[in-house]
Write a protein that binds this ligand. Structure first.
Ligand code: HEM
Length: 197
């Protein structure tokens, strides 16, 4: 059987004079040019989405420091849905500003049920739920659960700014207006103390 005739590409059509025609063909073929453009656009989109994700995760500007005792009803406002996005959580009778942990306690976060609430019982019982009780005195928790509440309190003290006490019904709030900023957790040194009574 006769073999098909060999097709030879004339050397003169390749101005680079390279022995391979790969780059020359690549740049002149419309299909490959189109592919290059498509890949370029995809890479650009991928990089753009990565960068925009970084900016979403960028830390929110620090809010003025809040120093105030609150009752359960007032605490409820601070679930991160207010325009300033502040989130407070109470643990073992103390209120902490957890705004820097918004991704946990803010709207849509895994622990959003604790935002603006007393989280003590939920933390002690491994349940991400919050009660709508006016005030939870935790008196029915067993000693292991109370131990757990205390450990969580210690963790919150280390990580977040203390705002004040969670007031029992009828309890009067402390006046913090004379307090030096150093008396509180000053991890955010350049914030101002919001004096509210
Ligand atoms: C399958 C179950 C769970 C998994 C896999 C899980 C996972 C995690 C992880 C990975 C973190 C650390 C996130 C970080 O620092 O970036 C975290 C933090 C935390 N978890 Fe869980 N968790 C679970 C259940 C629970 C439960 C049941 C509770 C309470 C009732 C809880 C309360 C918390 C709290 C309060 C934090 C600390 C957030 C902060 O730093 O302020 N978790 N969890």
């Amino acid at each position: 059987m006769e073999s098909p005739p060999e097709i030879k590409v004339p050397e003169a059509e390749n101005p680079s004079g390279a022995s391979s025609n790969f780059f020359y063909d690549f740049l002149t073929s419309p299909v490959e040019l189109l592919l290059t453009v498509v890949i370029g656009v995809l890479v650009y989109k991928l990089l753009k989405s990565r960068f925009s994700r970084v900016s979403v995760e960028a830390p929110a500007p620090e809010l003025p420091k809040l120093r105030k005792d609150m009752a359960v009803a007032e605490l409820r406002q601070y679930d991160g849905t207010q325009p300033d996005g502040r989130v407070l959580v109470a643990v073992n009778g103390w209120i902490f500003d957890v705004t820097r942990g918004r991704r946990f306690y803010g709207p849509g976060g895994p622990y959003a049920a604790f935002g603006g609430k007393d989280a003590s019982r939920g933390l002690a019982t491994f349940s991400v739920t919050s009660s709508d009780k006016e005030y939870d005195d935790l008196s029915d928790l067993n000693s292991m659960e109370m131990e757990s509440v205390k450990e969580w309190e210690a963790q919150f003290r280390e990580k977040y700014d203390l705002v004040g006490k969670l007031l029992k019904p009828g309890e009067e709030p402390t006046n913090y207006s004379d307090e030096e900023p150093e008396d509180t957790d000053t991890s955010a040194a350049n914030t101002t103390d919001k004096k509210e009574d």
